[in-house]
Design a protein around this ligand. Structure first.
Ligand code: NAD
Length: 362
């Protein structure tokens, strides 16, 4: 039986389907679309096409398929153009449907192509990484990178459905699985202390029996946050809470050079920095920092920079972060473990100390 969750967004509402193997479920979505004369197409990446070839064949049969190079560089203007050209070459019209099958890179890129092509066509998310299953496939943020920065161009475009087939994770490299765990731990820290405690007691592995339930819990947290603040317009809290650890993490990714740390690895260090900041602001006890470090380490994630990065550059990256409002760094901090809030006007000296404590130099 296929389990599901609803994301309630009025006319943009959709279902997230969960199962160990949703191959037949996805396949079954295509027949009625084709029967109704709606042309379908698939975008995926080379690693997914190689490691999940038989699943892709069973899901999509002879549907036109565009296989893009794997990696963050694919979220570019050039590859965006390739997806649009592919859709046009396949004579996809406004009733067409695009299936995005991959990690966050393919989901963001194909989602943005679906948002833009003919001013918007329907698309389905079939996430294949843990990060995409718990985070990027839900919520409708799509986009690409430009040379000025990551995710600077994009659109809100909700998928028509998300199919989370957890068996696809079997071929995911362990380092990528760990990176996805940083986002899972983030959900515990920002809004679910029971999830945090569960992961503390029983670190999650690719073969853990609890994995599907944990993915579902994360999707439920994200769905509720997105429902309340679809376009991240809330003055406080709201969708911005999902950025816990990310202001520090984005700065680390950028200054180290994209690719040095996986996004989730940078977020893990960011979560430690954020726990430190929350403690310095008197919100959480110092012992909680050690708890955060322990849970991350138990999931094979870094808690400190592998090599020092210059503080000055990290601080400059923080002040250029997309989430900055009115020139002041806006951080997500914890009021307690499991309860996050947005906070503006934080003293730069405190942020500097947090960066030093996770290994910045200067
Ligand atoms: N839209 C959002 O709300 C949102 C949220 C968080 C992150 N993101 C974006 O997500 C992206 C990162 O996503 P990601 O971590 O999934 O990266 P990714 O898409 O690059 O996937 C990571 C790697 O795993 C490979 N891979 C994917 N599935 C596989 C499988 N089942 N078996 C074997 N290999 C597989 C990919 O080819 C790639 O090499 C970033 O661009 C980030 O900005 C978006």
């Amino acid at each position: 039986m296929v389990e599901h969750l609803h994301v309630n967004l009025g006319e943009r509402s959709y279902r997230i389907e969960f199962g160990a193997d949703l191959t037949s479920f996805v396949h079954a979505q295509i027949e009625p679309l084709r029967a109704a004369g709606r042309r379908c197409a698939v975008v995926t990446d080379a690693n997914v096409a190689r490691t999940q070839a038989s699943v892709l064949d069973a899901m999509f049969g002879d549907l036109p398929r565009l296989v893009l190079p794997s990696g963050e560089e694919t979220k570019s203007l050039a590859e965006f153009g390739r997806v649009l050209d592919f859709l046009a070459a396949q004579r996809i019209d406004r009733s067409g449907v695009l299936f995005a099958v991959g990690g966050g890179v393919i989901g963001d890129l194909a989602g943005y192509a679906a948002a833009s092509y003919l001013r918007g066509i329907a698309f389905f998310q079939v996430p294949t990484t843990l990060l995409a299953m718990v985070d990027s496939s839900v919520g409708g943020k799509t986009g690409i990178n430009i040379s000025a920065g990551k995710n600077l161009v994009g659109a809100f475009h909700q998928p028509n459905a998300v199919a989370i087939s957890t068996g696809l994770l079997a071929t995911l490299p362990l380092r990528e699985f760990a990176a996805g765990m940083a986002e899972v731990i983030k959900y515990g820290m920002l809004g679910d202390i029971a999830l945090f405690r569960q992961l503390e007691e029983n670190p999650l592995r690719l073969d853990s029996a609890e994995l599907p339930a944990v993915i579902r819990t994360c999707c439920a947290i994200k769905a509720r946050i997105v429902e309340a603040d679809e376009r991240e317009l809330a003055k406080e809290g709201g969708r911005a809470l999902l950025n816990l650890g990310h202001t520090f993490g984005h700065a680390i990714e950028k200054v180290a050079g994209y690719g040095t740390y996986l996004h989730g690895e940078a977020v893990a260090i960011g979560l430690v920095a954020c726990a430190r900041l929350s403690a310095k602001l008197g919100q959480i006890a110092a012992e909680e920092i050690a708890r955060v470090e322990r849970i991350l380490a138990a999931h094979n994630l870094p808690t400190k920079l592998r090599a020092p990065l210059p503080l000055e550059k990290l601080m400059s990256a923080v002040s250029n972060d997309k989430k900055v409002r009115a020139g002041l760094p806006r951080f997500v901090i914890m009021n307690a473990l499991g309860d996050a809030a947005t906070r503006s006007g934080i003293d730069a000296a405190l942020v500097e100390t947090c960066f030093r404590e996770v290994g910045a130099s200067g």
